[in-house]
Design a protein around this ligand. Structure first.
Ligand code: ADP
Ligand code: MG
Length: 595
């Protein structure tokens, strides 16, 4: 008896499961399937993203549905269109050996009459977003008055998105004597409220630690100046040639902008946000699934619940406003037992947010340095060497060999290797050898190291905004800090202005002509044994910082354009992808690379 059989599943499902290559149930499946099959009960199941919740409710629901009746018996509510489609697809795979089962998904942004038509043909299971569901109930296009089972999938995300009222409305159109199964990654107050209000003595199961990020995800943060965010993103991508990632931005505009810049710079990137047409979104998602798009730049709403295997990195281009959202973002990687990395690009003023995320997800972040140009060049070279080694020889080349040999006559192997690498590499190297260190030090102690590159950044006119690593915690308010600066620098009171103290650091302004002098004064400057660090601030909107300064990262391409296709990755031999104690698929889906 297989482990799935032991859960009480029937043959048609077992056959489908074996086709899918699922070897053994995941924990949430092991815990919920026997309960849902064995008793009629409400259920609250808390489990991280990527733990197999769809099958945890999908298998029992399919088994319990009467396929000979065309009445709608099961309703699954899920937050987004993408998730609806994903769930519907999965359910169809699970039920492939069950004749007569109809699963229909309804969601906004597509023809409502077409969806109504599909429902009319008889759908035992309806998968819906709350908005469209409510709409269709209102128009009498769907009847859920006889359902036996209602699933609230990704309940926390639905509530996050403000669907509480819609859900309440929808549930009031369902019969009293039905069973509700609620699945969620986290358990915020709102979810508890729903459970209390609409469920009767639910069985509760928990997998792993609630509110904790998946343990297969490593969390990293990189401190950079606000204006170096994009340059930092590029370096993170370049330092991970096989990257397959979701890049999160806070707004639709930033999402579009970052994606466009990446594409312009020669990366395989795409944008996913709510301002795109449904058609455009489908195209992007399809290319991403096929790994033709290596970096999917997305807003939180658009990327909710996306289940694409093998995402190697989640990059937080900007931190989300809500900590909960961070959990959802990082859950896009490390799925199905694989490992993943969630990277956060932060400015110094955001380091505090990292600390609060740490305490929320009960996992520590590792502070990492943005790799410098030379490091990236090394990584790329090594990657290229491996790629050459792994490339299958195209036999067509044979007939051209004599002529090629003529051209290359007299060049020995070593020389040839150098030349081949130079063809691919010089452009890349030229770009990176001229770039500066992007890291902003947290403590300020290694300021000396990064200073060289910043010289050119000093604006020559206007006012300059500075960062200083002392603040209210050190007993300063804006007046006393101003006094301290005036005394230390021996300048006039009005030379220092806009002093703005924060908890552990502060900002102030001076006229540009003092900038050189101020930075000089605070080089290696110690007060009571502690380094006091002053740097030109990149905090936006604070008056003048960096205006007229040299553009830092305006260069396009980084050598990626044109004949540089070898830098477009292709995941080979990377250490990732092992199933660390999770469940796995038989034969393991092979990652196809990005050619
Ligand atoms: P969740 O809803 O918890 O985020 P999903 O249901 O989307 O997770 O499942 C994540 C991935 O794991 C999917 O690709 C799914 O096909 C796969 N999966 C689910 N159950 C198993 C299993 N028992 N063995 C192997 N893979 C599984
Ligand atoms: Mg899910």
């Amino acid at each position: 008896m297989t482990k799935f059989e032991a859960l009480g599943l029937d043959q048609p499902l077992l056959d489908a499961i074996s086709d899918l290559g699922f070897e053994s149930p995941s924990e949430v499946q092991e815990k919920s399937i026997p309960i849902l099959l064995g008793q009629e009960t409400d259920l609250v199941a808390l489990a991280q993203t990527g733990t197999g919740k769809t099958a945890a409710f999908g298998f029992p629901m399919i088994q319990k549905i009467d396929v000979d009746s065309r009445t709608t018996q099961g309703l699954i509510l899920s937050p987004t269109r993408e998730l609806c489609l994903q769930i519907t697809n999965e359910l169809k795979l699970y039920s492939k050996y069950l004749k007569g089962l109809n699963v229909v998904s309804i969601y906004g942004g597509a023809s409502i009459t077409e969806q109504a038509r599909q429902i009319k043909r008889g759908a035992q299971i309806v998968v819906a977003t709350p908005g469209r569901m409510k709409d269709m109930i209102g128009r009498g296009m769907v009847d859920i008055s006889k359902i036996d089972y209602c699933v609230l999938d990704e309940a926390d995300e639905m509530l996050n998105m403000g669907f509480f009222e819609d859900i309440k409305d929808i549930l009031s159109n369902t019969p009293q004597e039905k069973f509700t199964w609620l699945f969620s990654a986290t358990m915020p107050k709102e979810v508890a409220t729903i459970a209390k209000k609409f469920m009767h003595k639910p069985v509760e199961i928990t997998v792993g630690t609630v509110n904790a990020g998946a343990s297969t995800v490593q969390h990293e943060y990189y401190v950079v100046g606000g204006r170096d965010r994009y340059a930092a993103l590029k370096r993170l991508a370049d330092a991970n040639p096989g990257i397959f990632s979701v890049v999160f931005c806070r707004t639709k505009r930033d999402t579009q902008r970052v994606a466009e810049k990446l594409i312009e710079d020669g990366y395989n990137a795409g944008a996913l946000h709510g301002d795109l047409s449904q058609n455009q979104r489908d195209l992007v998602m399809n290319s991403f699934r096929k790994k033709q798009v290596q970096m999917l730049v997305a807003t939180d709403v658009a990327a909710r619940g996306i289940d694409v295997d093998d995402v190697t990195h989640v990059i937080n281009y900007q931190l989300p406003d809500e900590i909960e959202t961070y959990t959802h973002r990082s859950g896009r990687t490390g799925r199905a037992g694989k490992s993943g990395i969630s990277m956060v690009i932060v400015s110094r003023s955001e380091i505090r947010k990292i600390k609060s995320i740490e305490s929320k997800i009960k996992q520590e972040f590792i502070q990492k340095q943005i790799p410098d140009g030379i490091e990236i060049c090394e990584i790329q070279l090594y990657h290229l060497a491996n790629k050459i080694k792994d490339t299958k020889v195209n036999q067509e080349i044979e007939s051209y060999l004599p002529a090629i040999n003529d051209v290359l006559d007299g060049i020995d192997r070593e020389e040839l290797i150098k030349k081949i690498f130079s063809v691919e590499f010089t452009q890349f190297y030229n770009y990176y050898s001229k770039t500066k260190d992007l890291n902003t030090s947290e403590s300020g102690k290694d300021r000396g190291e990064s200073k060289g590159g910043e010289k050119g950044e000093i604006p020559s006119e206007g006012s300059v905004r500075y960062f200083i690593n002392v603040g209210e915690r050190d007993g300063y308010d804006w007046m006393s800090l101003k006094d301290f600066l005036r005394d230390t620098l021996n300048v006039e009171k009005e030379d220092i202005f806009n002093v703005d103290t924060k908890d552990s650091f502060s900002f102030f302004n001076s006229d540009a002509h003092l900038a050189e002098f101020i930075l000089q004064t605070f080089t290696e400057f110690k007060l009571e044994g502690r380094f006091i660090n002053v740097e030109i601030s990149t905090k936006p909107g604070s008056g003048g910082g960096g205006k007229g300064g040299k553009k830092r990262s305006g260069r396009k391409g980084g050598g990626r354009k044109g004949g540089n296709s070898s830098f477009k990755g292709g995941i080979k031999g990377g250490g990732r992808g092992g199933n660390k104690g999770g469940f796995g698929k038989k034969g393991g889906k092979k990652r196809s690379g990005f050619y």
